[in-house]
Structures are given as structure tokens and as C-alpha cells.
Design a protein around this ligand. Structure first.
Ligand SMILES: [Zn+2]
Length: 258
């Protein structure tokens, strides 16, 4: 069984290389043929250790401490050939930011995060360049299921979303970043913040039944959409409840990286 062996990725020539030992949690990022306890990676001494790790398919956003021959080392450092590099997974929680930029395939997760009051930028037609630019300008964490995007040099902060199911994605993001939850304070379609507004100001825009049954109203400061507290659907309430009562340590790995 290959899983307990050392694989030689130097093309069998031996040559100059670094022996990389990836933590088991990082192996799903690696091509199946390279999913072994330790792998010999060609290294000419010019690439950084971070580049070496990413060359195996593991985005640095998912990597925690690096140790070279047992000593902690930065991803930007270079190593002489012949060393042994141990790669640990990123440690949770990572309370780095309270603002997030979501990739185009994460629309359902974006709506959930906004419902929970998390600052979430999402446009279903954003290009990779726009996502990277927005994350950098807004100092947000880019969430994606695209490994290649996380390996881009222009990326500042990012994270891989393992799960494909939106409920599991929500659990993953909450466990990893522990963002402050403020349910019902943001506009779900656009992400803008809501402000209370006097009924008289919005009455003309309400349907008769709504005008009659509700007294308190909120308006999106970005798009002007009007909300009335108490009118939330059971489905939305369940999402908020699941976030408030999430298990302390949910499974941190949901699926195979794409
Ligand atoms: Zn809005």
C-alpha cells in the first residue's frame, strides 16, 4: 500500500530535492498518486518553501506551521536541498477578518452568511481578477472551492470551502473564523446593513395586509428594500437557529477539493 511509503517526485533521478511530509488533513489537496506520508519534491534551491508546498496542490491558505528539519520556518524562506519539511494544517479558529468575499459558486452560502449578519460580498458574475481585487481592497477573506484561485500570488487572505452542501459550508465557515453573528441585520439579496425606519416613511410602499399587521420596519441602507421583523419564514429561522446552536467542534473537512 502506497499510503505508508515515500514517493519520489523527482522523476526517479534522485537529484536535488526536499522531503515533504504533509499532515493527513492536507492530503485531499494532493493528486491521488502523491497522497503518501512523505514525498520527495525536486528543489533547485531558488523556490520558496511556500512555493514548494503549493506545487503539490496545497494552497498556503490551508497551511499552518512549517518546520524544516524540526525547526519552525517561514513559507517565504528558501531551503537547501536535502531537508525534511513538515507541513501542518491551518489551526482553527482563525479570527483574521470579519469581512468575506465569496466566489461565484457560493451563492447559497452568501445568502446564509448575510442572514446571519456577516459582512459578505457576492456577485454571481465576478471574474477571478475582480474577486482578488475586491478581497484585497476590502481586506476580506476570499472563500472559494477553487484551489487554483487560492494559489494566486495576488491573494491576501483566503480559505478553501470543503463542503458542497450550503448548510455544511456554513458550519465550516463559522468553525474556522468564528465571525460575530448578528442575525436579521443585513439585506440578504445585496448584503447591505438594515436600519430601522418609521412606518410612516414606508407605508406607501407596503401592501395593505403588511401595513395592517406590522408596526416595525427596517430598510436596507444600500438598496432600499424594506423588511418587517416577525415575517421571517420557518426555513430562515432554522438557518439562524442552526448557527446559534452549532456544535462546538463540527467536522472541519467536508469533501474532496476541486
Ligand atoms: Zn439591500
Amino acid at each position: 500500500m502506497e499510503a505508508t511509503s515515500t514517493r519520489d517526485a523527482t522523476g526517479g533521478t534522485g537529484g536535488r530535492s526536499v522531503l515533504v511530509r504533509l499532515d493527513g488533513e492536507l492530503l485531499p489537496f494532493v493528486a491521488p498518486r502523491n497522497r503518501v506520508e512523505s514525498i520527495r519534491v525536486p528543489h533547485d534551491g531558488t523556490a520558496s518553501l511556500g512555493h514548494l508546498v503549493q506545487s503539490l496542490g496545497v494552497p498556503l491558505t490551508e497551511v499552518g506551521q512549517l518546520r524544516l528539519d524540526g525547526a519552525p520556518v517561514a513559507a517565504t524562506e528558501r531551503a537547501a536541498a536535502g531537508g525534511v519539511l513538515d507541513v501542518a494544517p491551518v489551526r482553527f479558529p482563525e479570527r483574521i477578518r470579519q469581512r468575506f468575499v465569496l466566489d461565484v459558486h457560493l451563492g447559497a452560502l452568501a445568502r446564509r452568511m448575510r442572514l446571519l449578519g456577516i459582512d459578505t460580498a457576492y456577485h454571481n458574475d465576478a471574474t477571478d481578477e475582480e474577486l482578488l481585487d475586491q478581497a484585497a481592497r476590502q481586506r476580506g477573506v476570499l472563500l472559494t472551492r477553487d484551489r487554483a484561485l487560492l494559489c494566486r500570488r495576488a491573494l491576501s487572505e483566503g480559505a478553501y470551502v470543503h463542503a458542497s452542501d450550503p448548510a455544511e459550508q456554513q458550519s465550516e465557515v463559522l468553525a474556522r473564523f468564528e465571525p460575530t453573528l448578528r442575525p436579521w441585520t443585513r439585506c440578504v439579496p445585496c448584503g447591505g446593513e438594515l436600519e430601522e425606519v418609521p412606518k410612516a416613511e414606508v407605508a406607501a410602499r407596503l401592501e395593505f395586509g403588511t401595513r395592517r399587521c406590522y408596526q416595525r420596519f427596517a430598510r436596507c441602507t444600500a438598496c432600499g428594500r424594506i423588511y418587517w421583523p416577525g415575517a421571517h419564514s420557518p426555513g430562515l429561522r432554522r438557518i439562524v437557529e442552526s448557527a446559534r446552536h452549532r456544535p462546538a467542534r463540527p467536522d472541519r473537512r467536508g469533501g474532496e477539493p476541486g
